[in-house]
Design a protein around this ligand. Structure first.
Ligand code: ADP
Length: 801
């Protein structure tokens, strides 16, 4: 602020020299773009316009006084006389300094108001004849009061403003001439140029005082408001801080005294939850004990969380909650009938089961196990039972479960321990008597982490499961009201101890006709509804369904069929959303539009084109399937090569078949010592899938016989049966699945062991329709039915036929 001091002193000096009295009659004019210069003030401006630069330089060098005027519009680059106000301030140039090539900074001292009489010259800069104006001053009380008021306001403004130099405050205190005081204040007001100019043009002091006060007051109010807002904010923050601080203190004091407000309410809540959970007495006692322990722990410790989670698990379990069974058997039967086609045996068994439950509620029911290939309705039947009974339905998949802890949970000492899946399922069900489906019980594994089957045994055993103990809970939970239903694809891989506890109900798979029926009655309406379509919009012809079943799916169940129908519905929904309104009729032709080219072809005709190939029937996880057995010979030393991932039993069957052929070679017209000069290779394609079992015996034999005799196997025949070394044929399993598989593959003739004839009772007339069955007991009968008697047609011809 040294400069300001210096300037003030210089001003005083100028005044004492009486320079004001020597004001010239003509002034060169300096137009300002965006400010107004007042007498008695010092102002620093930046000059960049060529005209002004010239003027300042000359005036400075000649120590001339200049006239400062304000432009009416700051945007005008080269103002004419009419573009600036006619009242200005005469000023002396105190200092100039060069900022760069084209700009200088000029410090001006305002001297006196003037008004332009006329502009004499415009070039090289403005020159005007001027008249100086004196303030119009009357000294009275009003003027005094106005002045004091303005001064007080100015003081307050300075006090509230930041960055006001002390010198300015001092100046305000010391300046007692009203007119100059107004000019000083006005020059610092944050108002528009036109407003400032108006003050400059106000020569009557009282009016100027009022006018200045008006503007200053506005500025002061704004400052006061800003100050209030600031102090409010500061006040609020400090209040919040104070509260926080006090709360923290309170907590610390409470902790010292061994109690905590928050925890107390949490403890109370947990206690209420425990008492309301309906726990058995000893469980509740244990929960309360744990709650006591929790109370002593520090809330931010990890044991606290563990203990709290445990208590929450205990309170969340449905210890007492039960849904009420709807044991109106007619209603149950109605629902089962409505949801599922056929499955009569199962439905009947379920009704019996419920009838017993009704008469003797405490009788411990058997555990049902639905066995069958995927997609035959095991899960949906389970759901339907739950719906009919009014119970909750829970399903867990046991496939790949190897760890006992998955069933029974981890002990709480493990980090992140949780209850096992049974207890988790019960919690999800929210009732202790749900229908609980244990899916894929045949795919349980065992390893070093314990045997999940033995844990399941406890779950399923009615003698034990009223007090099932989960490792995590470490308290008994009553599972006796749960209705467990297991599902499995094959029974062989179910641990025998478990199988022993269960009553197995077989669902073997469906024939084409059944699938069409189920699709029409259940799957299509379901999918149509799920895709937001109306039933009348979509209709399937039987031929379309048969096409999907035969050429787009290859399964015993209905999963893929359902998927394909869903695909069609999705596409129709899309078309409908795009504005297509016609109803869609799906027939054999239009189906391709939605599903693309066929996915499966009948392999039979393609495969049986030369001797050495026979069609067998196998029983697999996914129901039945047809398999091709290929035999080939090449010069060698009598080795038998077997490929295609054959299990031991199947390998032995192949050996037995070969042995039988060798022993009967001459009878079949085969060279007796063929085996010495040849190696024989038997391959069963789909090489990646393991195959085992004795039921391929007769097929292996027929393939070998065809190879060695050169007689082709009939392409429309498939066979199954175990072979003995004496040429008798023994019965095999999975007859229904195998027959359905043959039918699916388009094979109409099936050779079966005669001892399996009894199994035909299980096969509905529907399934038998259009099929021929040959029941045989010796291998010679098989040969008669399976080998083509006509002369062999060369392979090439057949392909071109
Ligand atoms: P799984 O559990 O045996 O693998 P799902 O229960 O998932 O088979 O059944 C697949 C689909 O087929 C379901 O949409 C189901 O409703 C339907 N489904 C299967 N069998 C029948 C049936 N007999 N009647 C009606 N729908 C059936």
């Amino acid at each position: 602020m040294k400069i300001l001091d210096f300037l003030l002193k210089k001003r005083a000096r100028l005044k004492s020299e009486g320079s004001e009295t020597r004001l010239p009659k003509q002034l060169s004019l300096l137009p300002l773009r965006n400010s107004v210069m007042f007498p008695s003030t010092v102002m620093s401006i930046v000059v960049g316009r060529e005209k002004s630069l010239k003027q300042i330089e000359e005036a400075f060098s000649r120590k001339e006084i200049i006239g400062v005027v304000s432009q009416k519009d700051e945007k005008i680059e080269n103002p004419r006389p009419e573009d600036f106000y006619k009242t200005g301030t005469a000023a002396s140039i105190l200092r100039i300094s060069k900022l760069n090539e084209n700009t200088i900074s000029v410090i001006l001292q305002g001297l006196s108001r003037f008004s332009i009489r006329e502009v004499i010259k415009e070039e090289p800069y403005f020159l005007a004849r001027v008249d100086y104006i004196e303030d119009n001053w009357t000294s009275d009380i009003e003027a005094e009061a106005l002045f004091l008021n303005l001064k007080e306001m100015a003081r307050r403004t300075v006090a509230l403003s930041k960055n006001v130099p002390n010198e300015f405050a001092r100046m305000i205190e010391n300046l007692n001439e009203s007119g100059k005081f107004c000019d000083l204040v006005s020059s610092n007001l944050n108002i528009q140029v036109s407003e400032k100019q108006k003050i400059l043009e106000t020569f009557d002091i009282k009016t100027r005082l009022r006018y200045t006060a008006l503007h200053l007051n506005r500025e002061l109010q704004a400052l006061e408001l800003a100050d209030k807002i600031h102090s409010d904010v500061v006040g609020n923050v400090s209040k919040a801080q104070k509260e926080f601080y006090l709360k923290e203190q309170l907590k610390a004091i409470k902790k010292e005294l061994g109690e905590s407000a928050e925890e107390n309410s949490e403890m109370k809540e947990l206690k209420t939850r425990i008492t309301n959970a309906g726990m058995p007495e000893d469980v509740e006692k244990e929960a309360m004990k744990e709650l006591g322990r929790l109370g002593k722990m520090h809330p931010s410790s990890s044991e606290y969380t563990v203990s709290r989670t445990y208590i929450e698990w205990l309170t969340d379990l449905p210890w007492k909650v039960e849904t009420e069974d709807n044991l109106d058997l007619k209603n149950v039967a109605g629902i089962l009938e409505e949801d599922h086609y056929d499955l009569e045996k199962l439905k009947k068994r379920i009704i019996e089961f419920l009838a017993v439950r009704k008469l003797k509620p405490d009788k411990k029911g058997p555990i049902l196990c639905f066995a069958g290939p995927p997609g035959v309705g095991k899960t949906s039947l389970g759901k339907s039972i739950a719906k009919a009974l009014g119970r909750k339905f829970i399903r867990i998949s046991l496939g790949g479960t190897r760890d006992e802890a998955e069933i029974r949970g981890h002990r709480r000492t493990y980090v992140g321990a949780l209850p096992g899946r049974i207890i988790q399922g019960i919690k999800r069900a929210g009732a202790r008597n749900p229908v609980f489906m244990l899916d894929e019980i045949d795919k349980l594994g065992t390893d070093f982490r314990g045997d999940p089957a033995s844990a399941l045994l406890e779950v399923l055993d009615p003698e034990q499961n009223f007090a099932f103990s989960d490792h995590y809970l470490n308290l008994p939970f009553d599972l006796s009201k749960v209705m467990f239903i297991a599902t499995a694809n094959v029974l062989e891989s179910i641990p025998p101890v478990l199988l022993d506890r269960m009553e197995v109900l077989n669902i073997p798979g469906y024939s084409e006709e059944e699938k069409v029926m189920i699709a029409k009655k259940h799957i299509i309406p379901k999918q149509v509804d799920e895709h937001g379509l109306k039933e009348e919009w979509v209709s399937f012809e039987d031929s379309a369904l048969i096409d999907i079943i035969g050429n787009y799916t290859k399964e015993s169940g209905l999963r893929n069929l359902e998927r394909e129908i869903a695909t069609i519905c999705r596409m129709i929904a899309k078309e409908a959303a795009e504005g297509k309104t016609e109803n869609v009729l799906l027939n054999q032709e239009s189906i391709h539009k939605y599903l693309g080219p066929r996915k499966f072809f009948s392999e039979v005709a393609l495969r049986l084109t030369r001797p050495g190939i026979a069609t067998g029937l196998a029983w697999t996880m996914t129901g039945g399937d047809i398999i091709f057995i290929e035999a080939s010979k090449m010069p060698g030393k009598g080795n038998l090569i077997l490929t295609g991932q054959l299990g031991d039993v199947m390998k032995e069957s192949a050996q037995a078949a070969l042995t039988y052929i060798r022993s009967q070679a001459t009878n079949y017209g085969i060279e007796e010592n063929f085996y010495d000069k040849n190696d024989i290779h038997i391959h069963i394609p789909a090489g990646a899938i393991p195959k085992d079992g004795p039921s391929a015996g007769i097929t292996l034999f027929i393939a070998l016989l065809s190879l060695l005799t050169g007689e082709q196997v009939k392409s429309d025949v498939a066979m199954t049966g175990e072979i003995t070394l004496r040429g008798t044929v023994l019965p095999v399993g999975g007859i229904k699945e195998k027959i359905l598989a043959a039918k699916r593959a388009g094979i109409r003739k099936v050779i079966l062991p005669s001892q399996n004839e009894k199994d035909m009772e299980e096969i509905s007339p529907d399934h038998r329709k259009d099929m021929e069955f040959y029941f045989i007991s010796t291998i010679d009968e098989v040969v008669e039915k399976a080998i083509e008697k006509e002369p062999l047609i060369p392979m090439m011809q057949k392909i071109h036929a």
